[in-house]
Each structure stands twice: as structure tokens, then as C-alpha cells.
Design a protein around this ligand. Structure first.
Ligand code: 5GP
Length: 237
């Protein structure tokens, strides 16, 4: 291994983060643990950690090739990856192409209704407050990010949407919506962080409309472990 793995720095709902011998690099370990409804529902999805690690790494490498800077450094094994250490910008960026989930609840628009143009939303990343919906004025007023950072994040997010939509459609998957997180490097550069996976995206089979994502777990529909495997098979072969 390129870097020696040291102490655990942080444990989240789905991942653990470890320090390494290089202060600019951390190791992410992907778990099978799944939560939903703000942690009210807890469970595991078999081999989810493997799918999310491999899929997120593959997608981030494709995004890098298209000019999006990401935290990806090197996949170590099925569940562990070295990534650049960042300070996470406390904004969750959600891009929506089709009405679903909280959008449908909030706006009374049936799930599956396509939008004329994609929507970008911000939430304040704060579990205690349940990631409240905010706009960019909140982010500026609370100093969560600068205008320049918001402009960069917005530009990258729409570009990521276009790239991912195409990659997924080639695998007969519709990208309904997804959540992104960005981080700052020590010199202030904004890069894509966190993960892109069936935990953080809504994927629907483009022919049947079947859910191929964490909604199967969130909504107690069943079949989530097989759906994660199916997404990995279609995208990574
Ligand atoms: P919604 O706002 O409809 O619940 O979610 C919109 C999209 O963002 C979905 O693809 C969902 O997976 C993702 N998303 C939003 N918030 C979170 C979150 O806190 N965790 C995860 N894993 N995904 C989220």
C-alpha cells in the first residue's frame, strides 16, 4: 500500500474514515450499514459497501477524465479507498431530473414527472436539523461557502449531471436525482467528495421503471441487495 493506515478519525452512517501516513490523504472504508428516515430505520444491505466503493470510484474516475476534480486517489480493495483529505463544504447539493421523493411530497407533483430543465437544490448538512432545505442566500449569510465556491459547485454539479445521465442511460438506467458533496483542499480548491452510489442517487430501470437504489430499503420494498448488484453489473460489467 502506498500509505500506511493509521487511527480512525470519524465514523459515519455508511463509512469510516482513517488517517494515513500522509496528512493530505485519508482512507475511506465502506460498510454495509444502511439507515433511512434520519437514522430511524437501521439495517444492512448485503455487500453494499463493495458496490458503493467500486461504483463511486469508477464514476469519479470518469468524471475526472471529463474535467471534474474529485477526491479519488486509489482503490485499495473491495471496500477501502485512499482519497484526498478535504474540509467538507456543509452543503448537500441535490440535482433532480424527474420528480421523486421529497420534491414530490413538497410540491404535490407525482413521482416520475420529468422536468423541463434540471433542478439544483441546497440543503444545510446538519443531522440534528435533518439537513434543512436552504438557498444560496442562506449559505452566504451563514458563511457556509463563498459566492465563488457556490458558482464552482453549481457549474460542476450540472456538468456532473450531464455526464452521469449519459453513462447511466448507456446501461439502461435513468438518473432521476442525486446528492453531491464537495470539499476544499488546503489551497481552497473545490473538489467533488463523498460518494456517488445507489445510496445517494435514484436510479430507475429505463425500460421497466423499477427502482435500483436505496428507496427499496427506505420504503421496505425489498430486493435492495440484488438491485445494488444489478447496478454494479450493468455499469462495471
Ligand atoms: P430527496 O430530497 O428526494 O429525499 O432526495 C433526493 C436525492 O438526493 C435522492 O437521490 C437521495 O438519495 C439523495 N439524498 C438526499 N439527501 C440525502 C442524504 O442525507 N443521504 C443520502 N445517502 N442521500 C441523500
Amino acid at each position: 500500500m502506498k500509505y500506511e493506515v493509521k487511527k480512525q478519525m470519524y465514523e459515519g452512517k455508511a463509512k469510516q474514515v482513517f488517517a494515513t501516513s500522509d496528512p493530505s490523504i485519508v482512507m475511506v472504508h465502506y460498510k454495509d450499514d444502511a439507515t433511512a428516515g434520519d437514522g430511524e430505520k437501521k439495517g444492512t444491505i448485503r455487500d453494499k459497501g463493495i458496490v458503493n466503493n467500486k461504483l463511486s470510484n469508477a464514476l469519479m474516475q470518469k468524471l475526472e477524465k471529463e474535467g471534474i476534480p474529485t477526491h479519488y486517489v486509489e482503490e485499495i480493495n473491495d471496500r477501502d479507498t485512499f482519497v484526498k483529505k478535504v474540509e467538507i463544504v456543509p452543503l448537500e447539493v441535490i440535482i433532480r431530473n424527474v420528480a421523486a421523493g421529497h420534491f414530490s411530497l413538497r410540491m404535490g407533483v407525482p413521482e416520475g414527472t420529468p422536468f423541463k430543465t434540471p433542478i439544483l437544490e441546497f440543503s444545510y448538512k446538519n443531522d440534528d436539523l435533518h439537513d434543512p432545505f436552504i438557498n444560496h442566500y442562506y449559505a452566504l449569510a451563514l458563511d457556509l461557502a463563498t459566492q465563488k465556491e457556490i458558482d464552482t459547485i453549481t457549474k460542476y454539479s450540472f456538468k456532473i449531471n450531464e455526464i452521469l445521465k449519459k453513462i447511466l442511460l448507456d446501461a439502461n438506467i435513468r438518473l432521476i436525482d442525486f446528492k453531491l458533496e464537495f470539499g476544499r483542499l488546503p489551497d481552497g480548491t473545490i473538489i467533488l467528495a463523498d460518494e456517488i452510489s445507489p445510496d445517494t442517487c435514484r436510479f430507475w430501470d429505463a425500460t421497466t421503471g423499477a427502482h435500483l437504489d436505496k428507496d427499496l430499503f427506505r420504503r421496505d420494498m425489498g430486493g435492495e441487495a440484488d438491485a445494488y448488484q444489478e447496478v454494479m453489473k450493468r455499469l462495471l460489467g
